[in-house]
Design a protein around this ligand. Structure first.
Ligand code: CA
Ligand code: CA
Length: 82
């Protein structure tokens, strides 16, 4: 039973649909669904390029909603009001 519950949990968190979109509209000024460093720094000037790189887990130069969520949970980006 325990293993089945675990697999169900993994399946659940693997479905993007389950995740609430966490890209705040007031940060994503061009509304493309990801945050560039310029968009992040517009709201959080204290975020450095090194800090941005730390948040950009897949190093594609932008933060998607998973990376924003992870960054906020890790305290790298201040939580935003929605
Ligand atoms: Ca954007
Ligand atoms: Ca990224």
């Amino acid at each position: 039973m325990k293993k089945i519950a675990y697999l169900s949990f993994v399946a659940a968190i693997s479905l993007p649909v389950i995740a609430v979109a966490e890209i705040p509209a007031d940060l994503d000024t061009d509304a493309d669904g990801v945050l560039t460093i310029d968009e992040v720094q517009a709201s959080f000037p204290e975020v450095t390029s090194d800090g941005f790189s730390a948040m950009d887990l897949n190093a594609d130069g932008v933060l998607d909603e998973d990376e924003v969520t992870a960054a906020q949970e890790a305290g790298l980006m201040p939580p935003t009001e929605s």
